[in-house]
Design a protein around this ligand. Structure first.
Ligand code: GDP
Length: 406
């Protein structure tokens, strides 16, 4: 049986408190996936996703940009979400089009006020998440303390799948608690080496693995059954249970690393493809027809077109409208119905944004995130659909006021 190509798509967002390392994590993902060939540095203004000069000046991510990259047979559409409190509406719009997210935390500060507010927003949108505890190289970095703050302030069950090797300056790798193997990074972080468990960590790794198995068995009926029968969980059951718990939101898988030192991004990408959902795994989009009745549209390229514009950018290429296609197919030159402005629109060029380059596409299908040139009326929040099957997607939720705590 051929697998549906949509199963290999991940529409991913990175959520974080400003300064936790969202931009650096994004950069390292683009680098690790071969999307960029040089590593951008936030401090010298060369990051690839923050290509607006205003962003470089202010050092914060202001405008969301969607960037596509490939990892292990998957296409990851990375939707940038602003971390700054002033852009809560924009976070809200990005959250609508994501199927999953990585929440980045600072290993010294743990959960910070904005991480909490963006976490709640993601809860309201039902976005499954995994957690990445970044900055493990910093003085005072402590995975256990960060995990405790996730448990106390965000209330999901943290499912810690790694044991750090070394700390602060000597943080050089992790034990993968699923495979019970050590992963270490060489200086510069470009090479990942796999090795058997180091002797001095063997006992602690087994203890942590046991804690993980117990935490998973407590939340997952299938895992509980196997745990009671065998007194342990196999790696296969554990991985499947972690995927289910992530997608149901009952647990959050926790990984750690140092984006700055390029440590931990590969296992993070593996976790994104293993645990976060594809467009096929999320509920069908709902909207309202002209007669006021509700309709669901499946993530099927053959269904009537339904797409949401979530970002409009004026660029040198023209007016770029970022779209999440939920159902159906759009092709270059198609006439579509803007159900929000109630007028027809013509699809000009369809682009897949790859960092600072654009790849031209003939079509985009359900599940995809692309940018379109040539739309005149569509704004962030507009629904585009097949002219003979109009549907207006639910209006964006009103962003909760985000309180900034000094
Ligand atoms: P953002 O505001 O969440 O996008 O955070 P940035 O990626 O801009 O990072 C904020 C600051 O933290 C920058 O000075 C980064 O160089 C630094 N930083 C990011 N990741 C790490 C890390 O893993 N370790 C250390 N020590 N610093 C980091």
């Amino acid at each position: 049986m051929r697998t549906n190509p949509l199963a290999t798509v991940r529409n991913l967002g990175i959520l974080a408190h400003v300064d936790a390392g969202k931009t650096t994590v994004t950069e390292r993902i683009l680098y690790a996936t071969g999307t960029t060939h040089k590593r951008g540095e936030v401090h010298d203004g060369t990051t690839v996703t923050d290509f607006d000069p205003q962003e470089r000046d202010r050092g914060i991510t202001i405008f969301a940009a969607a960037v596509s990259c490939d990892w292990d047979g998957h296409r990851i559409n990375l939707i940038d979400t602003p971390g700054h409190v002033d852009f809560a509406d924009e976070v809200e719009r990005s959250l609508r089009v994501l199927d999953g997210a990585v929440a980045v935390f600072d290993a010294v500060a743990g959960v910070e006020p904005q991480s909490e507010s963006v976490w709640r927003q993601a809860d309201r949108h039902g976005v499954p998440r995994i957690a990445f505890v970044n900055k493990m190289d910093r003085a005072g970095a402590e995975l256990d303390a960060a995990v405790a703050s996730i448990r106390e302030r965000l209330h999901p069950a943290p499912l810690v799948v790694q044991l750090p090797i070394g700390a602060e300056d000597t943080f050089t790798g992790v034990v993968d608690l699923l495979r019970m193997r050590a992963l270490t990074w060489t200086d510069g972080g470009d090479a990942v080496a796999e090795a058997p468990l180091p002797d001095d960590l063997r006992e602690e790794a087994h203890r942590r693995r046991r804690l993980l198995e117990e935490a998973v068995a407590e939340l997952h009926p299938g895992a509980l059954e196997e745990f009671c029968e065998n007194g342990a969980l196999g790696a296969g059951t554990l991985a499947a249970a972690l995927r289910d718990l992530t997608r149901s939101g009952d647990g959050v898988v926790v990984l750690c690393g140092s984006a700055y030192r390029n440590r931990g991004v590969e296992p993070l990408l593996d976790a994104v493809t293993a645990y976060l959902p594809s467009p096929l795994d999320v509920p069908s989009v709902r909207g309202t027809r002209d007669d006021g009745t509700e309709q669901q549209r499946p993530a099927d390229p053959a269904a009537p077109l339904t797409a949401l514009a979530f970002k409009v950018n004026a660029t040198a290429t023209g007016r770029l409208t970022y779209l999440r296609v939920y159902s159906g197919t759009i092709e270059k030159g198609d006439t579509v119905w803007d159900a929000t402005a109630r007028r027809t629109e013509r699809i000009g060029r369809i682009l897949r944004v790859q960092a600072d380059r654009h790849a031209q596409l003939d079509r985009a299908v359900a599940g995809d995130i692309v940018a379109v040139v040539g739309l005149k009326s569509a704004r962030a929040g507009s629904t585009l659909c097949a002219p003979d099957a109009p549907l207006v997607l639910e209006p964006p939720g009103v962003a909760e006021p985000v309180v900034s705590v000094a």
